[in-house]
Design a protein around this ligand. Structure first.
Ligand code: NAD
Length: 317
């Protein structure tokens, strides 16, 4: 598995990253054996980056990922773990210094780790961004100084949140950003922001290459926030691939992996089979490139919904 530098962190992360939200049962129940096998298989195949959050499954994802990593018994310096703070299933959003400072201790306990590699403020568009700048990031800096987290990140859907925060915090205080659903076949809007992020020395993680299930044969979960127009276009694209005996998830995974300026592509996985498929997609891409003909056909089907997204967060003043 290809390793890529993550901005200026010195971390080398696998191009395919393990999104652990499914381990919180958010896409359906995952038996513990399947979760352990998926994490074990990922590590064996060279996937070294794992992403979770206290929000996923109301802390279940963190606890299960911690259990799976312990079970795999891999030395701590062989894997990179990111978790988040500020978003909770029962409490909603709380980016206060007090809450995020407590949050890291809770996450460390659930994960059974002494330190987290990356601690993100999770979905920051749901608070006033000035709070992130003036209160949350300084609190995260203190956590970093304490050694409980090695690097600091911010996540969220609207791309405008990134320059807003990065232009207002001291240089170097945000190490990475995690953007989702903006670098895949149907939505490539993150590309326009890459030169800016590079100029700020910030590492780039992209998530949800399958558009949270839209670009799969089985389709998205009930709660998926996309407008119907986008859902139906993705359904048509998946059916087109199916009719040709091809798999849209593989094409979508490969598409997101093609940009080397993005360090890692986080894909949500709940079984060894999915791990094997996604790693195989990456290896095949390196060996023989993407299926250009299929890609053009799928891009044509998705053209009417190109970069269509959905609202997220509060109105910023
Ligand atoms: P995704 O696009 O990765 O899709 C996940 C879905 O696709 C799951 O149902 C999974 O079982 C299925 N899947 C995975 N591999 C497959 C394959 N080969 N064939 C068919 N189906 C397959 O969406 P996601 O899980 O939401 O995103 C990936 C990860 O990124 C998350 O788990 C999370 O860690 C992270 N993420 C973070 C944020 C944030 O910080 N705000 C937002 C979204 C995602």
């Amino acid at each position: 598995m290809e390793l890529r530098e993550l901005g200026g962190t010195g971390l080398r992360v696998s191009a395919v990253g393990f999104g652990a939200s499914p381990l919180g049962n958010v896409f359906g129940d995952v038996p513990r054996d399947a979760a352990r096998a998926a994490v074990r298989r990922a590590l064996d195949l060279g996937v070294n980056f794992f992403d979770t959050s206290p929000y996923y499954g109301g802390t279940v994802s963190e606890s299960v990922l911690g259990d799976c990593l312990r079970h795999a018994a891999v030395p701590r310096d062989q894997f990179v773990v990111a978790t988040k703070c500020g978003r909770y299933k029962d409490e909603g959003f709380d980016f206060s210094a007090a809450r995020v400072t407590r949050s890291i201790d809770e996450s460390l306990a659930r994960l059974g780790l002494d330190y987290i590699d990356i601690l993100h403020a999770h979905d920051i568009e749901f608070t006033n961004l000035d709070q992130i700048v003036n209160e949350t990031i300084p609190a995260l800096q203190k956590i970093k100084e304490s050694g409980k987290a090695r690097f600091i990140g911010i996540t969220g859907l609207p791309l405008s949140i990134y320059p807003y925060v990065l232009d207002r915090v001291p240089p170097g205080s945000v190490d990475v950003i995690l953007s989702y659903c903006h670098f895949g076949i149907n939505d490539t809007s993150l590309v326009d922001l890459l030169p800016y992020l590079k100029s700020k020395g910030v590492g780039v993680i992209t998530a949800s290459p399958l558009a949270m299930g839209l670009l799969t044969d089985s389709g998205p979960p009930e709660w998926h926030p996309a407008p119907e127009q986008l859902k139906s276009a993705c359904r048509a694209a998946a059916e087109h691939c199916s009719k040709k005996g091809k798999n849209i998830a593989k094409l979508a995974m490969q598409y997101s992996l093609m940009n080397n300026e993005i360090s890692t592509v986080l894909v949500g996985m709940n079984s060894s089979k999915q791990v094997e498929e996604n790693v195989a997609a990456a290896l095949e891409l390196s060996a023989s490139g993407i299926d250009e003909e299929l890609l053009h056909e799928v891009e044509a089907i998705l053209e009417p919904v190109k970069n269509v997204t959905w609202p997220s967060g509060i109105e910023q003043s």
